[in-house]
Structure formats: structure tokens, C-alpha cells
Ligand binder design. Structure first.
Ligand SMILES: Nc1ncnc2c1ncn2[C@@H]1O[C@H](COP(=O)(O)OP(=O)(O)OP(=O)(O)O)[C@@H](O)[C@H]1O
Ligand SMILES: [Mg+2]
Length: 227
């Protein structure tokens, strides 16, 4: 297999079959040893974080697949913390699509003059550019279209898919008495037929989940959801 890309929390390899292999690492995003799903730096290492992230990812991607939502998921080897996926081409240099049910994180940092912490938001969707140097700036549909990153139709498709996927995750969490505050997704175009796919991962590392008003750490979330 051929090394393709070293990410912060996963490494990407190309398999001979034409698929990609994502290797989940024990690196976790955050700062100064404190986990932050919105952070652009590796802040700490937690033993077992890679396997836990993959276990939760597998759990959600299988549910989404059953519901007919297009994803890159092929299969997962938990023991090796490896996931086989269909390769996709990301939009521009990559986008993150965020769905927000409560005002926390960067939304609150930006709009704190108008929003209260934890205020309910009705599945508000926003897109940010994956651009670590510029702290992943939010970008509007018009700007995405103007800069040739997405068409307006593709934007609508991403937004609808994001709502649908996030609602599935929110419902699954709610079954265990857990509330989803926000979640970050990635999409790409299938390298073969150009159709839009959910890619990357869905784990504690890219969402904020709370139980009885208390934030749940990624590893704890994995335990509550799949063990
Ligand atoms: N099916 C796929 N096809 C192509 N690339 C993918 C696919 N799924 C995930 N990726 C990419 O693989 C990389 C996974 O690495 P990782 O999650 O560690 O990166 P990251 O933390 O998002 O940060 P960065 O990408 O900025 O280094 C991401 O760049 C993601 O966009
Ligand atoms: Mg990532």
C-alpha cells in the first residue's frame, strides 16, 4: 500500500484494490492537553483513541448505509484501527460542514454578542474551509460558488445531506439519553462517478455531546454508545 497523506488524527494510504485505507491514530485534537473537537492542532495522545474513534465511526456509517445515505465506507478492522473507504475528491482543498443544535464552540466565539451559551439552534448548517493557517474560516454559499469550490446546487445537496446525517446521529445519541450539541462532517465527490459522498469519520472527535448538561469526552461517548 502507498502512503498518500498524513493527517492530524489519521493517515491515508492507497490500496492496490483502488480503495483508500484510513489508519486511525491515538492523536487527539486540542490545545495544551485539553481536548477540543474544533482545534487545528494535536493537543494530546490518548491510548485507544484511534480504535474508539473507528468503532464509533463504523457504528454510525453502518446505520447511515442502511438508510441509503451515500458514504465512502467499505469496511473496518477495529483491532488494527483501519478503515477501508472509497477514494473521493474533496471540494477545493477540503470543507467542513457543521450542524449546530446548541450555541457552543466557534459559533459562540463569533456570535457571542447575540447568542447565549447553550442556546438552542434548529440544526443550523454552516460550512468552513479546511485551512489551518487561516483557522478554518466560515464561508457562505455565494462565496463557495464564486470561488469555484461548489455550485449552488451542490451546496444545497451538502446542506440537506448534513441535516439528514446529523439528525440520524442526534436520534441515535438521544436513545442513550445523550444530547448532540454540534457535529462536523466532511464530504467529497466519488472518484469514480463524481456523486457526493459522506467521507472521513463520525466519532467523538468531531462532535460535542452532553449528558445531563455535562460534556462527554470522546472515549466515554464511544463506551456509552457501542459497549
Ligand atoms: N474517502 C476519502 N477520500 C479521500 N480523502 C479522504 C477520505 N476520507 C477522509 N479523507 C481525508 O483524509 C484525511 C484524514 O486525516 P485527518 O482526519 O487526520 O485530517 P484532519 O485532522 O482533518 O486535518 P488535515 O486534513 O487538515 O490534516 C482528511 O484530510 C480527510 O479529508
Ligand atoms: Mg479530520
Amino acid at each position: 500500500m502507498k502512503f498518500v497523506y498524513q493527517g492530524k488524527t489519521k493517515d491515508v494510504y492507497a490500496l492496490e484494490s483502488g480503495n483508500y485505507l484510513l489508519k486511525f491514530k491515538d492523536d487527539v485534537t486540542g490545545e495544551d492537553g485539553v481536548f477540543d473537537p474544533g482545534a487545528n492542532t494535536v493537543g494530546l495522545q490518548i491510548e485507544g483513541a484511534g480504535q474508539a474513534g473507528l468503532r464509533l465511526t463504523k457504528y454510525f456509517f453502518e446505520i447511515l448505509q442502511e438508510k441509503g445515505i451515500p458514504t465512502h465506507f467499505v469496511d473496518a478492522n477495529i483491532e488494527n484501527a483501519e478503515m477501508t473507504v472509497r477514494p473521493a475528491n474533496v471540494f477545493g482543498k477540503g470543507l467542513e460542514v457543521i450542524c449546530r443544535y446548541r450555541a457552543v464552540g466557534s459559533f459562540l466565539r463569533r456570535y457571542g454578542a447575540y447568542a447565549e451559551e447553550g442556546q438552542a439552534l434548529d440544526g443550523f448548517v454552516e460550512v468552513t474551509l479546511k485551512d489551518d493557517e487561516r483557522q478554518d474560516p466560515p464561508i457562505s454559499a455565494e462565496a463557495l460558488h464564486m470561488l469555484g469550490i461548489l455550485t449552488l446546487n451542490e451546496y444545497d445537496e451538502l446542506k440537506n445531506l448534513t441535516r439528514k446525517i446529523s439528525d440520524v446521529v442526534k436520534t441515535e445519541l438521544a436513545k442513550k439519553g445523550i444530547e448532540l450539541y454540534d457535529i462536523k462532517l466532511e464530504f467529497g465527490r466519488d472518484a469514480e462517478d463524481n456523486s457526493i459522498l459522506l467521507i472521513d469519520e463520525i466519532s467523538g472527535g468531531n462532535m460535542r455531546a452532553y449528558k445531563d448538561g455535562e460534556y462527554i469526552e470522546p472515549l466515554e461517548l464511544e463506551k456509552l454508545m457501542v459497549q
